[in-house]
Design a protein around this ligand. Structure first.
Ligand code: SF4
Length: 521
């Protein structure tokens, strides 16, 4: 929306409303106050810029500067809808956001406030029920009960590995230490992923609330949010949210008179993909070069400044307040037995409705692509979807009806990862796709261990050779052999998963590799 001009629309609406004398006004006396707010992302990337009018709850799409005057005169002042600005589905205008199929087929927990509240107003978050999770945890539950509730909910970390969150919290809570930390990974480096950025921009308070509850549960007094520097709006909104929470006594010393102290800090990463790995991330916060280290000790035992540390990503923390408020039993009703709750995905590529979605774990790819995403662009045939970014793999036609959850996706040599979904149509060359992702991981390899540093380079060279028509059949064997070596010998997750795009494309599209080789013979 920002890229397509929403900030200009915001300024124009402000100008028009501040100067209502110049507008033909009907029943202006019935309009005691007009407020204009910048919300976060509603997820409808294809339809921006978006304007929502409350209390009529009207949703306008593709709004242009020229539409602003009419919106103020007709809708804001007289409550009249402007039909041409509604999204049309099957020729019918969708007046309210809930009428739009892209939105009404989702289950929104993490994204419940994104696009619905002013992302710069803590008052709006509180009015929407915000910080009730903190109040309940602090005044009705012991730290042990909070950990127990999170464990019972079955929630697994949304950053990629899917490690049970309750287990991590209970390990840190059990360790005796004067100093502990709560850290949030907001580094989101996968190409095509923008879920965490959207949460930080659209509802920074929800993330903050989850971290405050985590700190209470494990006994930490300081927390760090590690945000990639390419997310300046996230950084600005988090900073503002922190200062507002401090002013309201929701952060700092003696929170809400409870005797509990918790201070929250922001660290900006410089864009290295490897800093999404736990030990590299904590090293980066400490001011060192962001490089993974050998484990054990694990982050829960010796994390930031060698102290016990809870490290989760943005989406994971954004689930916490609702679990505490509505209970683990409620949370377990969403998703699957082994992967409870919802998952946010960024839907990009050759799909009609690109955008940000949240669905229960276990939702099928077919439902996401065809019902929510509106199908493949220009009626082309579906070919594959890259899931989990450069560390993930591709899913194909035969996987369309498989449930998407942590365990089922692993069976197909892919991972859910943080939730990037790049959809590809029949015109996509899968060897090129594998080369793109291998190029990415090769550049991002930190170089600490040989299998990853040298192995990814060799694999990239082989892929270049094949796509340039200079390959031989033996190169496919070399690719497979090197992939196995890198997977088994690399130090961290980046190296271990770097060959996945090649492995899964070879598994599903081996003939495309062979065609590249044969067409130039
Ligand atoms: Fe660095 Fe790659 Fe080794 Fe990880 S696997 S430590 S990114 S060289």
């Amino acid at each position: 929306c920002v890229a397509s001009g929403s900030m200009k629309i915001y300024e124009e609406m402000k100008r028009l409303c501040a100067d209502l004398d110049g507008v033909e006004v009907v029943a202006q006396k019935d309009v005691p106050h007009i407020g204009i707010a910048k919300t976060g992302c509603q997820g409808l990337c294809e339809l921006g810029p978006l304007v929502r009018i409350e209390p009529q709850h009207l949703q306008y799409v593709h709004v242009q500067i020229e539409d602003c005057k009419e919106i103020v005169e007709k809708t804001v002042l007289r409550g009249e809808p402007i039909e041409r600005l509604f999204y049309k589905h099957d020729e019918k205008p969708c007046e309210h956001p809930e009428d739009i199929p892209f939105l009404n087929q989702q289950t929104r927990i993490v994204l419940e406030h994104c696009g619905n509240i002013d992302a710069e107003s803590i008052d709006e978050y509180i009015a929407a029920g915000g910080f009730q999770g903190v109040v309940k945890a602090f005044f009705e539950m012991t730290p042990e009960e909070v950990v127990e509730e999170i464990t019972k909910s079955g929630i697994r970390g949304r950053g990629g590995a899917g490690f049970p969150m309750g287990k991590k919290w209970s390990q840190v809570a059990r360790i005796q230490s004067d100093v502990k930390y709560v850290v949030c990974n907001g580094d989101e480096g996968d190409p095509g992923a923008f879920m965490d950025g959207s949460v930080m921009e659209g509802d920074p308070y929800k993330l903050m609330e989850g971290m405050i509850i985590a700190a209470y549960a494990v006994g930490a007094k300081d927390g760090y949010i590690y945000v990639r520097a390419e997310y300046p709006l996230s950084v600005a909104r988090l900073k503002l949210a922190i200062s507002q929470a401090e002013a309201y006594g929701l952060l700092g010393d003696n929170i809400l008179g409870s005797g509990i102290d918790f201070h929250l800090h922001i660290n900006r990463g410089a864009g290295a993909f490897v800093c999404g790995e736990g030990s590299a991330l904590t090293a980066s916060i400490e001011g060192k070069r962001g490089m993974p280290r050998v484990k054990p000790p694990r982050t829960v035992e010796k994390g930031l400044w060698e102290k016990p540390t809870v490290l989760n990503n943005v989406e994971t923390y954004a689930n916490v307040a609702r679990i505490i408020l509505d209970g683990a039993d409620w949370y377990r009703t969403i998703g699957t037995e082994g992967s409870t709750g919802t998952k946010t995905f960024s839907l990009t590529g050759a799909i009609e409705n690109t955008g940000l979605i949240e669905v229960p774990m276990g939702t099928t790819l077919r439902h996401i692509i065809y019902d929510i995403g509106g199908g493949i662009k220009k009626g082309a045939a579906f070919k594959a979807v890259q899931i989990g970014g450069p560390s993930g793999g591709c899913l194909v036609e035969k996987h369309l009806d498989e449930p998407l959850d942590f365990d089922s996706v692993k069976k197909f040599n892919a991972i859910i990862g943080s939730g990037g979904l790049v959809v590809m149509d029949e015109n996509t060359c899968m060897v090129d796709v594998a080369k793109f992702f291998m190029g990415f991981t090769q550049r991002e390899s930190c170089g600490k261990c040989g299998p990853c540093r040298i192995g990814t380079k060799r694999m990239l060279e082989l892929l270049q050779k094949i796509t340039e028509g200079k390959g031989e059949m033996a190169d496919i064997d070399k690719l497979e052999e090197t992939a196995k070596f890198i997977q088994s010998r690399s130090l961290c997750g980046l190296g271990k998963s770097a060959p996945l795009p090649v492995i899964s494309t070879l598994q599903n599209f081996r003939h495309e590799y062979e065609e590249h080789i044969l067409e130039n013979k």
